[in-house]
Design a protein around this ligand. Sequence first.
Ligand code: ADP
Ligand code: MG
Length: 330
Amino acid sequence: MSLSEKGIIDRIRRHSQSGSAELLLGIGDDCAVIKRGRGLVELVTTDTLVEKVHFDLAWHPPELLGRKAAAVNLSDVAAMGGRSRYCLLSLALPLGFAESWLDQFMAGFLAALTEHGALLIGGDTVKSVGGYVISVTVMGEAPEAEILLRSAARPGDLIMVSGPLGNAAAGLEICRRGLGCEKDSWRQLIAAHLDPTPETVLGRILAESGLVNGMMDLSDGLATDLAHLCCESGVAAEIDGGLLPIADNLRDAAEALGCEPMSWALSGGEDYRLLLTVPAVNSEKLQEIVRRELGREIVPVGRIVNGKGVVLIDGAKRLDISYHGYDHFI
Ligand code: ADP
Ligand code: MG
């Protein structure tokens, strides 16, 4: 049997070198954390998008693909509570790619970086004998005292998310079936897949509040990402199926396409919302801050408990859903 994505990363982690005094955190979180002067830390993250694995040029306009390649990395810095500053872009391009594709891709990529305060400072360009490969590294910063880690969830915390779940998975399914923007209400779902918004402003607000314990972004689906968070924190989680924020337009699309809304919400990847754990006594105060600053809601979906794994409570049923999200290798 081949290793899962987590199995591969765990194996790489076992091979990795011993740290340095400056390296506060290596493999295991959304970003590596390196100590700098004046109470600041540097945050570093990288993510790769591969044609036919992460995107399909048949329906992904180059400008939006550029935005997404930036967004998935900006999201990892936001998930630590940091501010993105600098960026490297590496491209593997097939011979004969269209110059107009590159121009539109770059327009989207740079627009997204600019919106979130980051500058392109370098990268690498090579020929691909397969499809397009886009690899991005983002460096950011944060006050050391404010960074939010996957390893800091504690039993008794409420598990909260920063928006509806499963929209990107629904949008992908709509695109896959070639349905495009047939219905107005689907436009938002398609946009969630093609052009996700990193939670940069919210990430800083949550970090500055001092009211949050653990945090990460949702890239592989709640079931898998929460399992990562639990693993890093040495705790377990219970999700209450009735509390999952599932948008009306997602239910509508699920019915039209014969899909299960709950399965999109739990296992669909690429929502790039924040997943956070909050001591129960802090939750209302935090919700008030987010409402006041952004006019948005962060919603509780369950609780952190002692033990191992992620359980979905759905009526009288208790189902183990650990790692039931996207995995590149299984
Ligand atoms: P994310 O979903 O936020 O991009 P991943 O699940 O890809 O995070 O990675 C989890 C952790 O494993 C991160 O700290 C990442 O830097 C590290 N990691 C992933 N792949 C590798 C690799 N090939 N070599 C070293 N570290 C890796
Ligand atoms: Mg991440």
